[in-house]
Ligand binder design. Structure first.
Ligand code: PMT
Length: 400
């Protein structure tokens, strides 16, 4: 498994002869575990057909900025949000110029303007065009904006010239893309993350639980592993596969999650509590299936579960301890109370009254609450958010 496993890559194809290699690139990215959607400029379609790219990617190919059907479904904003990486291969001199100017005069440039995902380009052009001062100035502008430039390679060109300007080979591009997700910022660190719901048994067939899917915690585990950490994921029941290079410990109840967390947290540098832990569990678990009686109501006696993240925050030495706060009102106020009461270093507060973020959604939007202030992070995919949070936690641990 590479760090491209489960990544969503938007492959932009612009109009150069190297576009024929983009077809192979789709396959190579998929081999590395990524999902690929393709956007083609009009010029790219002179070199290779959308049908080819559609057949290879298994997804419709996007070609129009103003497409009424696409706007109803997967318009440029949705594509911009969907992508974990926007990779433009080949990137022509003309496209590089338009990107550097911040233009939005076609679908691909508009996506680049709208996306919060990293952007990488694989230039492909004649060596004279590559060396032209205008192209080099545009590339400097893009690198100041943190756009990654993969290649180009030297060699014989389609026009017969010899020199720099050949697009990198598909496998080289896959390696370069994978390296963007492997930061190494947590190399040598141990990270423990809780994720998903807990189930609190009532009897052999019933339980109390919540709507957590585990997506937020799993995305954090994947990002921590990509950052080089030894990563342990303590997961309640979910439908999700364990991310690559992550040790998953599966638990059911809050008490099991508590025991597993205390054990795993020994010697850990960072503990992140993304799980939605049941605050209470039934006082008694019936040994046999509970039967209806004649009463219209049923009263359950519940007892408090141990507070997992608070237990970790009371350890000595204490790891950098991050809790989440799932709130439907008074987000900041309640998050500050949790920060203090549980002795946390940071609380990531999410508003669970909005169904497009928080529980069981692909996106999240959060407010990071610390002793000395609060910072908003706007809506984005849980994968992107996780990578940004992990980068931030890595900085905090390093300066501690
Ligand atoms: O799993 P997803 O569908 O992706 O949804 C993500 C999420 C909404 C579940 C996640 O982003 C989130 O907010 N997780 C915390 C949910 C929660 O239980 O919040 P809380 O405010 O009740 O708890 C505050 C903190 O204490 C949390 O870090 C929680 O993990 C921790 N806690 C709570 C109770 C308990 N007994 N032990 C704990 O460790």
């Amino acid at each position: 498994m590479t760090s491209l496993a489960n990544k969503q890559i938007l492959l932009g194809v612009t109009g150069g002869i190297a576009a024929y290699k983009s077809a192979d690139l789709v396959r190579r990215l998929q081999d590395a575990g990524a999902s690929v959607q393709v956007v083609m400029t009009p010029a790219a379609q002179e070199f290779i057909t959308p049908l080819t790219m559609q057949a290879l990617s298994g997804n419709p190919v996007h070609t129009q900025l103003l497409d009424p059907e696409a706007e109803a479904g997967m318009g440029h904003i949705q594509l911009a949000r969907w992508a974990d990486l926007v990779l433009i291969a080949p990137a022509t001199a003309d496209f590089i110029a338009r990107l550097s100017q911040g233009m939005g005069n076609d679908l691909l440039t508009s996506i680049c303007l709208a996306t919060a995902a990293p952007i990488a380009i694989a230039p492909a052009m004649n060596q004279g065009m590559w060396h032209n001062q205008a192209t080099q100035t545009n590339l400097e502008t893009l690198s100041k904006r943190k756009v990654s430039v993969f290649g180009p390679a030297d060699g014989i060109q389609a026009c017969g010239d010899i020199g720099a300007g050949r697009m990198l080979e598909p496998l080289q591009l896959v390696d370069a893309a994978a390296s963007l997700f492997a930061s190494g910022s947590l190399a040598g660190k141990k990270v423990v993350i809780t994720a998903g719901p807990t189930r609190e048994a009532l009897d052999p067939v019933r339980y109390l639980s919540n709507y957590s899917s585990g997506k937020m915690g799993y995305a954090l585990a994947q990002a921590a592993a990509e950052a080089g950490a030894e990563t342990i994921l303590i997961s309640g029941p979910t439908q999700l596969p364990a991310p690559a290079r992550v040790k998953r410990i599966e638990v059911i109840s809050a008490e099991e999650m508590h025991r597993a967390s205390l054990h795993a947290a020994q010697g850990c540098d960072l503990f992140i509590a993304a799980a939605a832990v049941a605050d209470y569990r039934p006082a008694q678990i019936a040994a046999q299936k509970m039967k209806k009686d004649n009463s219209d109501t049923l009263t359950l006696a519940l007892v408090k579960n141990p507070d997992i993240v608070a237990s970790i925050a009371s350890l000595n030495p204490k790891p950098f301890t991050v809790g989440f706060a799932a709130e439907s009102e008074n987000l900041l106020e309640y998050a500050r109370v949790k920060l203090a009461r549980k002795n946390l270093d940071m609380v990531v507060a999410n508003n669970i009254s909005d169904s497009t973020i928080g529980f069981n959604s692909d996106d999240n939007a959060v407010t990071l609450v610390e002793q000395n202030g609060a910072t908003d992070i706007s809506q984005r995919s849980k994968q992107q958010l996780a990578r940004e949070l992990i980068a931030l936690f890595a900085q905090k641990i390093t300066v501690q």
